[in-house]
Design a protein around this ligand. Structure first.
Ligand SMILES: Cc1cc2nc3c(=O)[nH]c(=O)nc-3n(C[C@H](O)[C@H](O)[C@H](O)COP(=O)(O)OP(=O)(O)OC[C@H]3O[C@@H](n4cnc5c(N)ncnc54)[C@H](O)[C@@H]3O)c2cc1C
Length: 577
């Protein structure tokens, strides 16, 4: 690494996964193309539909998103005992110096407005004594987690947004529609190459493209997401020339239950908010040894404590203990968790719940500004695929649904503003026919199976330079088979993207020679505020993969004007606890 903190991998990666003669393909036209139909994509689509036609592409079924799985809730400073400042301060504290203060205020100030918006569309949040029932989660100094169906908040939000989107004549939502690549003419994104079930390859031409494809948890063998969280949007943005930020910042969730079928099921942090304790294999409650906030310490601290405990024991799991809590209350507050555990033969009123950490949230992403714009003209990004500056080096629990709502709406508004500008003729993208050799489908399937293990052991909860170098070498050995052959299945395209992200994530983790937030280096266990309070910024250039430092904007002390009501104005619904 040079003195300027630049890291470079001199490799030529293909611009398109499916180079083809676009003139031979069917063309569809739309004003706005939204890739992804989770909370961010649907919110963006609903907003943009007020100004033009919106095509929403979803690679599987709509309800297969991470959004649908979200349990704990949405963070919003709602009660009179809380404040925007306190929510912002908790967010900044969790973000360990990499949050953008202006963005944090932008998001937390809008939180109550987004809750009211969802209620106006028919969302039902849980109530207590005719007021919103506010939960507490790790890292939050107040009760401010708004939830629905006990622990099914994401499903309720998705039900609400979907009902609005599918009855909207300006929104065309298409399932089983895989986005392969963004199409660019110079520095402008002009549409995308999609593969639709039954129709095959299609070019969708759009004046604005909104990337809302979610995160890349599936980089890791153990993760909490649906299988489709393969980071396709991150990889296609990288290939198109967008800047990706902070890829080394991967959040692990400390308490994930692995069921009999090998599936991972998240045991919400809200359970610890209600008093659940963590015990090791000897029954010892250990969190207080690691942090004064004990079970309610931020996720990275809880994950590392569990990791340490697991290393010292022969047990694959630590245990959540709720035996001292009221079982009727738990069953009512956490119906999905209770059901899932009982389906796996565990009665939490009497038994301990085995849990261990798993990859949970892609903190880094496509770098965006306050308008959700990326560095490419015509490309906006929102939701987990984006790096807005809200989470910094570590995401505060329940801030991501909120971010998806706020920046989804913002992306829709920015798209609307762009549509109001002059219409330019569609520029032909520079996608050419190539003669890449056909790849071996068996080989790419094998590589996909290995990738999760390689990333999990090399770029996991704890990192170290020897292991990172080994991981990079291991990955690069397969470069030719992965990237320089042509594949024709969605699973293969996902693997190609995941492989690129694995390399970029490993590079970013090796580049940051300190520990900060979710990134922990055993060879540099301390934060180095003199050198490293900066973002990592990675791009694909003619010189190869190039990683640089990007400064974090200074705190101006001028919070953005609040558009939502202040918490005190919500007092009619505030709770006292
Ligand atoms: C188990 C679990 C619990 C969680 N609990 C909470 C919580 O309580 N509070 C909170 O704030 N956050 C929570 N999160 C995180 C939060 O749910 C996600 O960060 C958020 O929902 C992401 O929304 P999104 O719209 O960006 O992406 P997603 O919801 O992941 O949606 C992505 C969409 O993009 C589509 N897509 C992807 N690739 C392609 C492609 N190539 N072509 C076409 N379409 C594509 C997918 O099909 C999907 O529709 C939780 C996450 C999980 C997994």
């Amino acid at each position: 690494m040079s003195a300027k903190n630049t890291l470079q991998l001199c490799r030529r990666w293909p611009r398109y996964l499916m180079e083809t003669d676009l003139r031979q393909l069917p063309i569809m036209d739309t004003d706005v193309l939204v890739l992804g139909s989770g909370v961010a994509g649907l919110t963006a689509a609903i907003e943009a539909s007020q100004s033009g036609r919106v095509f929403v592409a979803c690679k599987g079924l709509v309800r297969d998103s991470a959004s649908d799985r979200a349990q704990g809730g949405i963070a919003a400073a709602w009660s009179g005992a809380d404040s925007f400042e306190a929510h912002a301060a908790d967010t900044m504290r969790a973000g360990c110096g990499l949050c953008h203060h202006q963005v944090v205020r932008f998001v937390v100030d809008r939180a109550p407005e987004e809750i009211r918006f969802l209620e106006s569309l028919g969302a039902h949040f849980d109530m207590h004594n005719s007021r919103l029932d506010l939960g507490r989660e790790g890292g939050h100094c107040a009760r401010r987690i708004i939830h629905a169906g006990g622990d099914a908040t994401g499903a309720e939000i998705m039900r609400t947004l979907l009902a609005r989107a599918i009855h909207n004549p300006y929104i065309y939502l298409r399932e089983n529609c895989f986005a392969i690549d963004l199409l660019t003419a110079g520095r402008r994104v002009v549409g995308a190459l999609l593969r639709l079930a039954q129709c095959g390859l299609v070019v969708v031409r759009a004046r604005v493209v909104i990337l809302a494809t979610g995160g890349a948890a599936a980089l890791y063998r153990d993760h909490t997401h649906p299988p489709g969280s393969t980071g396709d949007g991150l990889a296609m943005a990288l290939r198109a020339g967008a800047a990706l930020r902070d890829l080394e910042m991967v959040q692990f969730h400390p308490t994930v239950f692995h069921d009999k079928g090998g599936g991972a099921f998240l045991i919400s942090e809200a359970l610890r908010g209600e008093g659940a304790l963590l015990r090791d294999a000897d029954g010892v409650r250990f969190m207080a040894e690691y942090d004064e906030r004990a079970e309610l310490a931020p996720r990275d601290i809880v994950c590392r404590a569990i990791y340490d405990r697991l290393r010292r024991s022969l047990s694959p799991d630590v245990f959540l203990d709720v035996r001292h809590l009221d079982p009727a209350h738990l069953a009512a507050r956490f119906p999905s968790i209770t059901y899932h555990l009982s389906d796996n033969g565990i009665n939490p009123a009497r038994q301990l719940i085995p849990v261990r950490p798993a990859a949970h949230y892609t903190i880094g992403g496509v770098s965006t500004d306050l308008d959700a714009r990326t560095n490419l003209d015509g490309l906006l990004a929102c939701g987990e695929v984006a790096s807005t500056g809200l989470h910094g080096a570590n995401r505060l629990a329940s801030n991501s649904l909120l971010e998806g709502l706020v920046f989804g709406r913002q992306a829709g508004m920015t798209a609307a503003a762009d549509l109001a500008g002059p219409t330019e003729p569609w520029a032909e993208p520079n996608c050419r026919m190539t003669r890449a050799l056909a790849g071996d489908p068996k080989r790419i399937r094998q590589l996909r199976d290995q990738l999760g293990d390689i990333v999990q052991s090399g770029v996991g909860i704890e990192r170290e330079i020897g292991l990172l170098q080994l991981t990079l070498d291991q990955l690069l050995r397969d470069e030719d088979a992965v990237l320089h052959h042509r594949y024709t299945t969605a699973a293969a395209w996902e693997t190609q993207g995941l492989w690129m992200l694995a390399v970029c994530t490993t590079m970013s983790a090796a580049w940051r020679r300190e520990s900060r937030g979710a990134h922990f280096r055993t060879d540099y266990p301390e934060s180095d505020d003199a050198r490293w309070p900066v973002h990592s910024r990675i791009m694909l250039t003619a010189e190869g993969v190039v990683l640089n430092a990007e400064p974090v904007p200074a705190i101006t002390g001028q919070p953005i004007a609040c558009q939502g009501k202040s918490p005190r104005e919500n007092n009619h619904r505030a709770i006292s606890n």
